[in-house]
Write a protein that binds this ligand. Structure first.
Ligand SMILES: Cc1cc2nc3c(=O)[nH]c(=O)nc-3n(C[C@H](O)[C@H](O)[C@H](O)COP(=O)(O)OP(=O)(O)OC[C@H]3O[C@@H](n4cnc5c(N)ncnc54)[C@H](O)[C@@H]3O)c2cc1C
Length: 722
């Protein structure tokens, strides 16, 4: 068994190093900056073992258990793969001298009692007490540290052994034969790299348009603006992959994961050719729906958009093109799996009206890939355009645009964009990746310039404002009023098999309160390791959650948050973007109410126990112990306590966001917006933004289909110029 597991861990090593660890260490970067000191190897190992045992129950499981052997092998595998990673050293450093936390969280008392300041020297019980104090501390830094370390151990530790622990098969990579048969066959590149000038350009002539970012917006723009032989270069900082070669929805390396500045919300954005459409869950909310139409009409009333802009008929025509091009499909009730059935039945019993999604996926049994039903802008728009022999579109992956370059301008005159400064990063050679589609053979981390007649930013609500800020565009609206759609997952335990990863994983949503109260309930699924993350409690409880995975159902509550001027993106002293975001009191109230409703629906759907992802004190009669108690609800009436007591304390309640928007708002002047109604950036010429960042508020629902649609409308407009 151990030998088999070691083989699994060796196989998993790429994932541990390149996917899971960077994600958590990104979250930790602020935390670690406080802890410059690192530990010697032996102490670090003992700290690793002590932390591992605090989150995964190696101590509590009996000596003869097979599962215990699996956990020990996971612990050893983690150490082998990660012990010399400096970021792991940073992660563990704060545990080398607990006195650094001072008296604030009460850790000093434990240290004094034990007469030992080092975490690894404490008894197991004292270690758990320390972690509980950090988690429940009034100060932000200790809470954030505890949450980060916990997530790191649970995701990495259980991630390596979750299939053996649960018997659930999670295929992530297509066989070599598929890669061979589906390799991209691209015509000769139109690009050349001039290493003396450090420039990339066309072999012949000047680029008409550079599109930065290849998500739903950038892909539509690139696909449409190349019409008539116009030369378009699409740049993305993420990799290019062979569609269907990996399960991109489970590949963390294709996602930019970070948190809001206080660590409260885990924020995810796609980072690959295809952008969010390559990694997302494909849930489609039509831009013609009431929820979206209401928002667009409000923008018109506020004069953010012109009278005749984004009219219902214009949106409907563009959306028809999107549905056809992307392959949006309707579902039938026969596709509802047991997990989605819980939301379907529970919502009906609550007097609500559950609906079936439209999805941008292949229908069951029709996907060319043996491991995924995913469709994306990459396979639906870009591959076809790139493989076209008459093609005038080029794509440059792994290339991060640092800033837009402007010609000199007289004071008070608009600045004309003439190109971009790009850093081309090392490309991965992992199976399924297309590292150098243009055969340019550039050394890693080369900084280059690329010139074009027009620059369109489509780098998403995170990327586009970051580029504008780095480019020195003067407008204090950039990044202001960011929208996140904070979401909270709810899980329920059933007395029958649910098997959430079987069949069509998402088919049901409930939007009864989307327009009136600004929230929706949406079915979701995740890997077994996340069952432990989403029900914080003792190590044994986390283990039981992972083991119970086949009987767990889940859905999420998504909030349509309100614009607040103080929620904003800004650059820190090192030029890195920070997302300052605090949920308003009203948004918190609405989210608490929605969470309580989700709990009631989960019980109505048949759950025996319901779990809320928080370490806050929710149940009034909760026992005060040294260990964290998971919030395990056993009766529907307890939903009232959720509504009353849930405060959304940063790093105590798990919130996530995958719908960032509204960071370069469209409007009528530079005083209230970043782009005008023609998508151009105020104070510049030849520079545009077209993506989810231009929405003046939330779009009112999951944004992908609306972004595709607005991009089609913008492409039709921009296609008339130049
Ligand atoms: C995990 C996940 C699940 C989601 N599920 C759904 C769903 O089910 N339904 C739905 O409607 N929406 C969903 N979304 C949201 C949806 O995918 C996004 O709203 C949408 O992709 C945004 O489109 P965009 O074109 O504005 O930008 P993005 O898709 O974010 O694309 C921007 C691209 O720009 C690139 N980029 C950024 N900065 C730079 C730079 N400096 N240089 C070069 N390239 C850069 C990025 O790598 C990225 O590929 C999900 C998102 C995520 C992350």
């Amino acid at each position: 068994m151990i030998c088999q597991l070691r083989a699994t861990l060796v196989g998993a090593s790429r994932e541990l190093r390149h996917q899971i660890l960077p994600c958590f260490l990104l979250l930790l970067s602020t935390v670690s900056a406080v802890c410059a000191q690192t530990q010697p190897d032996d102490l670090r190992r003992r700290t690793h073992e002590a932390l591992f045992a605090s989150f995964l129950p190696v101590e509590e499981l009996g000596p003869d258990k097979q599962d215990k052997a699996l956990l020990i092998a996971a612990r050893e595998g983690m150490w082998q793969k990660l012990h010399d990673d400096p970021r792991v050293a940073q992660l563990l450093a704060p545990f080398s001298d607990l006195r650094a936390f001072g008296p604030a969280c009460g850790i000093d008392k434990i240290v004094n009692q034990a007469r030992a300041p080092i975490f690894a020297q404490l008894s197991h019980d004292q270690q758990l007490q320390v972690l509980t104090k950090l988690t429940t501390c009034d100060q932000e830094f200790p809470r954030r540290l505890a949450a980060t370390v916990r997530n790191f151990y649970l995701v990495t530790g259980y991630g390596a052994v979750q299939e053996q622990l649960t018997g659930v098969n999670i295929p992530k990579e297509a066989p070599a034969q598929y890669l061979k048969e589906h390799a991209l066959r691209l015509p000769p590149s139109l690009l050349r790299y001039d290493d003396k000038k450090q420039e990339i350009g066309l072999q012949d002539g000047v680029l008409d348009t550079i599109v930065i970012g290849s998500g739903p917006a950038g892909s539509v723009l690139a696909h449409e603006l190349r019409r008539g032989g116009k030369h378009v270069l699409l740049i993305d900082k993420g990799p290019l992959i062979i569609p269907g070669s990996i399960e991109t929805r489970l590949t963390e390396a294709l996602v930019d994961t970070r948190t809001s500045a206080d660590g409260a919300i885990r924020i995810r954005n796609g980072m690959a050719v295809g952008g969010g459409s390559l990694v997302n869950v494909d849930l489609c909310f039509a831009p013609t729906s009431d929820a979206v139409r209401t928002k667009i009409e409000a923008w018109r009333r506020d004069r953010r958009i012109a009278k005749d802009q984004f009219t219902q008929s214009q949106v409907a025509t563009a959306y028809a093109w999107v549905r056809k091009s992307i392959g949006t499909r309707e579902l039938s009730e026969s596709e509802i799996n047991a997990n989605n059935r819980v939301l379907w039945e529970g919502a009906k019993l609550a007097g609500m009206h559950p609906k079936l999604y439209s999805l941008n996926t292949f229908a069951p049994g029709t996907s060319p890939s043996p491991i995924t039903d995913k469709r994306s802008a990459l396979d639906q728009l870009l591959v076809e355009a790139l493989q076209d022999k008459e093609n005038s579109l080029s794509v440059l992956p792994n290339a991060e645009v640092r800033r837009v370059l402007f010609a000199e301008a007289k004071s008070g005159e608009p600045r004309e964009a003439y190109g971009v400064e790009v850093v081309v990063h090392a490309a991965s050679n992992d199976p399924g990746m297309v590292p150098d589609p243009n055969g340019l053979r550039m050394p890693a981390d080369t900084k280059i310039v690329i010139r074009a007649k027009r620059i369109v930013l489509a780098a998403g609500a995170l990327g586009s404002p970051t580029i504008l800020l780095r480019s020195g565009v003067e407008n204090n609206q950039i990044g202001r009023g960011v929208i996140l759609h904070p979401s909270i997952p709810i899980m329920g335990l059933f007395d029958h098999t649910i098997d959430a990863l079987k069949g069509t994983q998402a088919s049901v949503f409930v939007d009864d309160k989307l327009v009136s109260d600004g929230y929706a309930l949406e079915a979701m699924s995740a890997e077994p390791s996340y069952a432990a993350v989403m029900s914080p409690g003792s190590a044994l409880h986390g283990f039981e959650m992972v083991k119970a995975f086949p009987n767990l159902a889940g859905f999420g509550v998504m909030l349509i948050d309100t614009v607040s001027e103080s929620n904003r993106l800004r650059l820190d002293a090192q030029g890195q973007v920070e997302i300052e975001y605090v949920l308003s009191a009203d948004d918190k109230n609405r989210l608490a109410k929605a969470t309580a409703e989700a709990v009631r629906i989960m019980f109505l759907g048949g759950a025996k126990e319901v779990y809320v992802p928080t370490t806050e004190t929710i149940l009034d009669d909760e026992a005060k112990t040294n260990q964290l108690n998971a919030v395990v609800l056993t009766k529907p009436e307890q939903a009232n306590l959720v509504e009353k007591n849930l405060q959304f304390i940063p790093n105590r309640t798990l919130l996530s966001s995958a719908h960032m928007q509204a960071t370069d708002k469209m409007g009528s002047s530079a005083q209230n917006s970043v782009v005008g109604q023609d998508f151009h950036v105020w104070g510049t010429t030849a520079l545009y933004v077209v993506d989810g960042s231009i929405f003046p508020t939330s779009i009112g629902a999951n944004p992908m289909q609306s972004i595709y649609t607005i991009a089609k409308i913008a492409a039709d407009e921009l296609g008339k110029d130049k």
